[in-house]
Design a protein. Structure first.
Length: 163
């Protein structure tokens, strides 16, 4: 099983959105039995809580299923993960610092690095939490734009891991 974990700050907006979108892409690609997808936050403020209602509304309107309980990312999880996807540069930095080994730090990638339209100045998925509803819709657009590239990378990695 190839394991991917999406990470944002509180695990109630961006990372559960990315988790839902990518889980759908994995299922549509016929890889659901080979790829496990989940999410977490760098902090534990919302641990055990649901996704933000605005996240849920945007996902539902776009046809994505969502069932989520927030949790905090733990350093010990690196051993069981193949890929850790950070939603912004701050998460990337924090996760790499949390990694127990250089090999674990190398598992951390920025989501928008899989979007060919992303630029160095627009490499983050902005945090919509304190803004208007439109920020959640923008978040979904950015997550969806990176999805195909990430799926291609995961598909290739699964081929390498599958005998």
């Amino acid at each position: 099983m190839y394991r991917v974990c999406f990470v944002c700050t509180g695990n109630i907006c961006r990372s559960p959105m990315a988790e839902s979108v990518f889980r759908s892409l994995v299922a549509d690609a016929g890889l659901a039995d080979l790829v496990e997808v989940d999410s977490a936050g760098t902090g534990g403020w919302h641990e055990g809580g649901d996704a933000d209602p605005r996240t849920v509304a945007v996902l539902k309107a776009a046809g994505y299923e969502q069932a989520h309980r927030a949790r905090q990312f733990r350093s010990s999880w690196f051993a069981g993960l193949d890929l850790v996807i950070a939603l912004d540069a701050g998460h990337l930095r924090d996760l790499r610092a949390l990694a127990p080994t250089p090999e674990d730090a190398a598992k951390v990638r920025l989501l928008r690095s899989y979007d060919p339209a992303a630029t160095a100045s627009r490499s983050d998925v902005p945090d919509p939490y304190y803004g208007p509803f439109g920020g959640f819709e923008e978040c979904l657009e950015l997550v969806e734009a990176a999805g195909p590239g990430l799926l291609d990378a995961v598909r290739e990695a699964v081929k390498e891991h599958t005998p």
